[in-house]
Design a protein around this ligand. Structure first.
Ligand code: FAD
Length: 396
């Protein structure tokens, strides 16, 4: 369990014991006795299916805790306990306010999976919505390094943020929100933009309370320009973490297929570093298809060269290199068809697709061809994999 974390609870004073939530929960995380209806923190995966069906709103209760309230404790309650005093801004966070705008953005980014995404069964339990719009956490910029060549087409930055003493428990594959300073055209505070975390859970530097992000400067973009111009020592207001499904299985034998473009490489870097730190370099079982216009525009091109093939098999694919034919990730997937077919047959294979929304069509079509040559229908295979928490898409 990633700690502290936000625990889902039910308010015994308001609940009318209709058990609709219990019947709705796909994880069987909700149960009851003669006294109370309670949520099993080991099973709840924050899918939120129970929230809209509750007629009283008693289901929408959350506490940030260091250790989960047990079922026995919850059965004995007449009222909810107060929020524990956890050091840092989390202790006084407005815990009732789930950041709906961020949840909607993420749901939209995950649409390409073709249905409701599920976390891998062995993934660690994520903390979500610990810091929200009302009470963001302040991080200090530790570094801002350009990842792409200055004479290339894109400016992508590696940003390191330190949370000092404030809790920010993240998992690989999650995102944080950055609140750009200032107000919008209507004079309202600006809304946060989401950025994938590109460092592993134990920190950009192992054992430190810091994370890294991979941010591309967008022409006229409010937040990306703010972030790409940050200097060491600047402070940034952060919300999150967000995301409860695009997560790494905690199974060292799981095979990981990663398909990405541009800043979609951020979660893939986090996954690779996590594997490197846990499984080691010898047998990572990871394969990556990573597309960019040219090596100059491919974030982490230099560092990737040092990653051993035994940990990560790399397919770096370029669409605009002078004198060479254009190649996109879907083209390389087809060239590498036997390896992909082998992974698709393996029940321990997990697929992650991240980057620009435009990549989805080509990737889907390559999977369709490969699956069809295996005598399998891609859409049903994809749906099975998704239901098993093995197929993940995050595009924006
Ligand atoms: P905005 O100001 O919101 O503008 C949006 C777009 O409109 C921009 O493309 C901008 O070029 C254009 N625009 C704005 N003003 C003008 C104007 N006056 N004239 C012409 N065009 C204009 N991004 C990353 O870089 N790295 C990540 O890891 C990452 N992860 C993400 C994860 C998720 C789940 C999601 C949903 C998004 C992610 N994004 C990521 C995208 C990020 O959240 C922002 O959308 C992106 O940085 C653009 O925000 P912005 O404030 O700079 O642009």
């Amino acid at each position: 369990m990633n700690k502290p974390f936000k625990q889902h609870l039910i308010d015994p004073e308001v609940c009318i014991r209709c058990y609709t939530c219990e019947m709705t929960c796909p994880e069987q995380a909700i149960e009851h006795d003669d006294n109370n209806v309670v949520v099993n923190a080991d099973l709840c995966n924050f899918c939120m299916d129970c929230i809209p069906v509750c007629p009283t709103g008693s289901i929408d209760e959350w506490r940030v805790v260091k250790d989960a309230h047990s079922l026995e404790e919850q059965y004995s309650w007449d009222e909810l306990p107060p929020q524990e005093d956890i050091a840092g801004p989390a202790g006084d966070a407005d815990l009732d306010a789930l950041d709906e705008a961020m949840a909607a953005l993420l749901a939209d980014a995950h649409q390409g999976a073709g249905g409701k995404a599920k976390a891998p069964a062995t993934a660690a339990k994520p903390t979500i919505n610990l810091h929200n719009l009302g009470k963001p956490v302040e991080a200090v910029v530790q570094g801002n390094y350009r990842l792409t060549d200055s004479d290339g087409n894109v400016d992508v930055r590696h940003i390191i943020l330190d949370f000092q003493g404030h809790p920010m428990p993240v998992l690989e594959g999650q995102s944080v929100g950055i609140i750009p300073p200032g107000t919008d055209a209507e004079g309202k505070p600006r809304l946060p933009r989401l950025y994938s975390i590109s460092s592993p859970r134990d920190g950009e530097r192992s054992g430190y309370n810091n994370v890294s992000l991979t941010v591309k400067r967008e022409e006229h973009g409010v937040c990306s320009n703010f972030v790409c111009d940050l200097e060491k020592g600047d402070t940034v207001k952060i919300t999150g973490p967000f995301g409860a499904t695009f997560l790494l299985p905690d199974d060292p034998e799981a095979r990981i297929m990663m398909i990405c473009t541009g800043t979609g490489s951020a979660p893939m870097r986090a996954f690779t570093m996590r594997r490197q730190r846990t499984v080691g370099a010898k047998n990572g079982g990871m394969t990556m298809y990573f597309g960019a216009r040219s090596p100059k525009d491919l974030p982490y091109h230099g560092p990737l060269k040092k990653v051993p093939e035994s940990l990560l098999k790399q397919h770096l694919v370029f669409s605009r290199v002078e004198g060479e034919p254009k190649e996109y990730v879907q083209d390389r997937m087809l060239t590498d068809q036997p390896a992909i077919a082998d992974m698709l047959k393996d029940p321990k294979c997990y697929i992650y697709i991240c980057g620009l929304r435009g990549m989805e069509e080509g990737v889907n079509s390559a999977f369709s061809t490969i699956a069809s040559d295996m005598g399998t229908d891609w859409l049903s295979l994809r749906d099975t994999m998704r239901e098993e928490g093995r197929y993940h898409v995050e595009t924006y």
